[in-house]
Design a protein around this ligand. Structure first.
Ligand code: BGC
Length: 779
């Protein structure tokens, strides 16, 4: 664990420069706007250790994945979002001496990410090898208003001399990925232009042929006064820029403003990219840094108005939760249904920026309650757009008749994962997508979505479950063999309770959804059933009903818990507390074989199902399963602690809920897992939010009704979270005595508070004493 980030409610502050943690800081201070993102690399040259990363959403490269032990059915490639044009570069020279922090003495250094405003800044005083001292202030943002633009203000002040400050703002397409094979480069230059005003580079990715045009313009000032010195143009392969020099007296500030525009072929027809990028950079320059910044900042404030969580009495916790909310919002904005959320977002190369079940299981609940419903809807449309590929994916594995298996990992709907026990067997991901549809409907009641998109996806997934189970004469029920549940530390198991349960639930929900659309939009249903060649009540629906009724969901006689999978109870069941501390994490210390033979659970598995289907179980059942499985869970996925926090809170295990919450809230800020340098755990950040709102706040939506049952950890004076629900915006404030629900909208809302119905009128506040948890029996 590292502890070098200063605690502050709204800012992430690195108070001094330590090159040994530079890659971690580059991840932490990343900025993005849903369309593109940028690690916190320095603008000026830096010869020290750094992982450069500029990522453009949806622009990827298919890395070949041929492995020695090839299995038919494996995908041909692993898609990864790649490092692209460096648009932030500004070379700085002082009287001919290049500025490079690895070669300077730093008198002071501060890097700040202002999460309220969405702005990254850096301020330092450096002494160059010649003894010249300069102060630098660099500020940049990726605009969430002008979403094709990034802007930089880079100010240099000589402190002990008068001399020449030379700036070279540039664009560089000669970039690599750290994880590329044999230093392979992914880009080919297709167009280049440089003149004293504008620099432009267009690149095309090899194999996938994605075009990205990047244009940049600049302005120069001295103590605020505009200067236009003659520029030397740089124009060579994959590199364009302009070099300008200005004389500055001691104490005078030379400031370079750089405006970049990034336009990809995802948004503009190929032949128009060059013009669009150059026009967009010109428009940004015309608007000016201050106006762009003011608009960007105002838009961030509006986002916070809908999504903030406030914690009083614990600055570290406050900073942690805001950091998570900030990154969720800059990773995905819901404007483009072709985009999704990679586990590392735009902050690193690991996981390749591709989509996992994390999106539906963790991220969607976050956007559902904190953003316009359109944002979550776009995530669902993404999967609808991939339905055809999911059907092909299932066909490739031997399924038929419209059965859909969504990929474990994807960018465009094609499977990109190639470990057979996950690619072919971790099929519960299909269930997460079905559940997300239900979740969205439950929150929004968007009947059009169900009829136009959701039902078709549900039918494809249900058809898959139908073919994936088989009747076992011996066991007198439907079994599902050879699967991997969410617990990836047990592979190729039979009857994983969670997978069987979510399959059963999907079959039931699809039947319900069919009936609903039949009642509300019969013509749409008729057209859909025709399109998918639905075989009707006698065939598909009847078989689904049989499977629902007879699928195996074994309960252990002795303990009364749901059996994680056949044979689990025969393992040597020991709590994780028996693992010596030096052997954590077990995936780094134990052989895979030893892990598979052990009882240890990577992340919520049975408990993932208990969490999702909580309404079906009484508190005793939830407690029995929690008390049984949690002690064997090693939480070696960052997606694990949040589910346990929520269940612990429900059971009245308040200390444990808080302990689990702490494990995720500052996971990256304090680099708990020693891997923040690779990028941030973006999808688990949504889980941290869930731990507060669903865990401490007890927020649930059942049958379209919002309910709350908050408690407050002893360590906090008060906390407050926002919920957007059915047109109302609620600010829920919880302190040690009472709960205040402030309706900040013009829409009245009926809800359940501590199991009692109440109504909160527009602009009114309801106050209610905090009540004890429903059950507080820790075992
Ligand atoms: C987890 C998966 C998750 C993936 C990406 C793995 O470690 O076990 O559940 O989908 O990471 O976050």
């Amino acid at each position: 664990m590292k502890d070098y980030i200063q605690h502050h409610e709204w800012r992430i502050i690195e108070p001094k420069f330590d090159p040994s943690v530079n890659r971690i800081s580059e991840s932490l201070f990343s900025i993005g706007n849903g369309k593109f993102g940028q690690r916190a690399n320095f603008e000026e040259d830096y010869s020290g250790d750094s992982l450069r990363g500029s990522y453009v959403a949806g622009v990827y490269y298919p890395d070949p994945t041929r492995v020695g032990w090839w299995k038919n059915g494996y995908p041909d490639y692993f898609a990864k979002v790649i490092n692209s044009t460096n648009w932030i570069g500004i070379r700085v020279a002082v009287d001919g001496e290049n500025l490079d922090l690895a070669r300077c003495q730093l008198e002071s250094f501060e890097r700040v990410l202002d999460m309220q405003d969405g702005v990254l800044s850096r301020r330092f005083i450096a002494q160059l090898p010649s003894g010249k001292r300069i102060q630098v202030e660099a500020t940049r943002f990726t605009s969430i208003v002008d979403t094709d633009n990034g802007a930089i203000r880079y100010a240099v002040t000589p402190l002990n001399f008068e001399g020449e400050i030379r700036f070279t703002p540039y664009l560089d397409l000669d970039v690599v990925n750290a994880d590329s094979n044999y230093d392979e480069k992914f880009w080919l230059e297709t167009a280049r232009h440089a003149d004293p005003q504008v620099a432009y580079l267009c690149g095309e990715t090899k194999k996938t042929g994605f075009r990205l045009g990047v244009a940049a313009r600049f302005n120069l000032t001295l103590d605020g006064e505009s200067k236009t010195p003659a520029a030397t143009v740089h124009d060579r392969d994959c590199f364009v820029g302009q070099e300008v020099a200005i004389q500055a007296k001691q104490g005078q500030t030379a400031t370079l403003y750089k405006y970049a525009a990034l336009i990809s072929c995802l948004n503009v027809a190929e032949g128009q990219i060059d013009a669009a990028a150059c026009d967009s950079a010109a428009a940004a320059q015309a608007k000016g840094f201050d106006r762009m910044l003011a608009e960007h900042t105002a838009a961030w404030h509006a986002k916070w108005q809908q999504a903030d969580i406030r914690i009083e009495g614990d600055v570290a916790a406050q900073q942690g939760i805001r950091f998570n909310i900030f990154h969720m919002n800059q990773t995905y904005t819901g404007e483009d249904a072709r985009l999704n959320i990679g586990p590392k977002g735009f902050t690193g190369e690991k996981y390749g920026g591709v989509t996992y079940w994390d999106t539906e299981a963790y991220c969607l609940p976050f956007y559902l309650k904190t953003a316009d419903p359109q944002v979550a809807r776009q995530l669902l449309i993404y999967r609808h757009n991939h339905l055809e590929n999911a059907i092909k994916n299932a066909e490739k594995l031997g399924f038929s008749d419209g059965a859909a298996l969504y990929p474990m990992v994807t960018i465009n709907g094609e499977e990109c994962h190639n470990e057979w026990e996950i690619t072919f067997e971790e099929i519960h991901r299909n269930g997460a997508i079905a559940f997300a549809i239900y979740n969205y409907l439950n929150h929004t009641g968007d009947a059009d979505y169900l009829a136009d998109y959701g039902l078709e996806v549900l039918i494809g997934i249900s058809r898959f479950w139908r073919q994936r189970v088989q009747w076992s004469e011996r066991r007198g029920g439907y079994v599902m063999l050879g699967v991997t549940g969410p617990n990836e530390y047990s592979n190729n198991v039979n009857n994983n309770w969670y997978t069987n349960k979510i399959a059963q639930w999907t079959l039931a929900y699809t039947a319900e959804a069919l009936a609903k659309v039949e009642a509300e939009a019969p013509e749409k249903l008729a057209a859909l059933l025709e399109k998918v060649k639905f075989n009707g009540k006698e065939d598909e629906l009847a078989i689904w009903a049989q499977i629902r009724e007879h699928i195996l969901l074994p309960v252990d006689d002795q303990t009364g818990v749901f059996v994680q999978y056949d044979g689990f109870m025969d393992k040597e069941l020991k709590p994780m507390s028996e693992i010596p501390a030096a052997e954590y994490p077990i995936h780094q210390h134990w052989s895979w074989d030893r892990i598979l033979r052990s009882c240890y659970i990577k992340q919520a598995d049975v408990l993932q199902g208990v969490y999702l289907f909580e309404e079906e179980f009484d508190l005793d059942t939830i407690r029995r399963n929690y008390d049984f499985y949690e002690p064997m869970t090693v939480h070696e996925s960052s997606l694990s602690p949040c589910i346990h926090a929520i269940l612990a809170a429900k059971l009245g295990y308040e200390d444990r809920a808080y302990k689990f919450y702490l494990r995720t809230s500052r996971l990256d800020l304090d680099d708990y897992n020693n891997d923040t340098e690779d990028g941030l755990h973006i999808t688990s950040m949504a889980g941290t939010w869930m731990a507060v709102v669903e865990g401490f706040g007890g927020a649930r939506v059942h049958d379209g009704v919002l309910s709350l049952r908050p408690f407050i950890p002893d360590q906090w004076r008060s906390y407050a979270f926002k919920i957007t629900f059915k047109g109302a915006l609620l600010n829920v404030v919880v302190n040690q005595e009472d709960v205040q629900i402030e309706n900040q909208s013009d829409t009245a809302i009926e809800l359940q508070l501590f199991d009692r119905s109440c109504r909160v009128e527009p602009r009114a506040t309801l106050v209610h004493p905090v009540e004890a948890p429903a059950l507080g029996q820790a075992s």
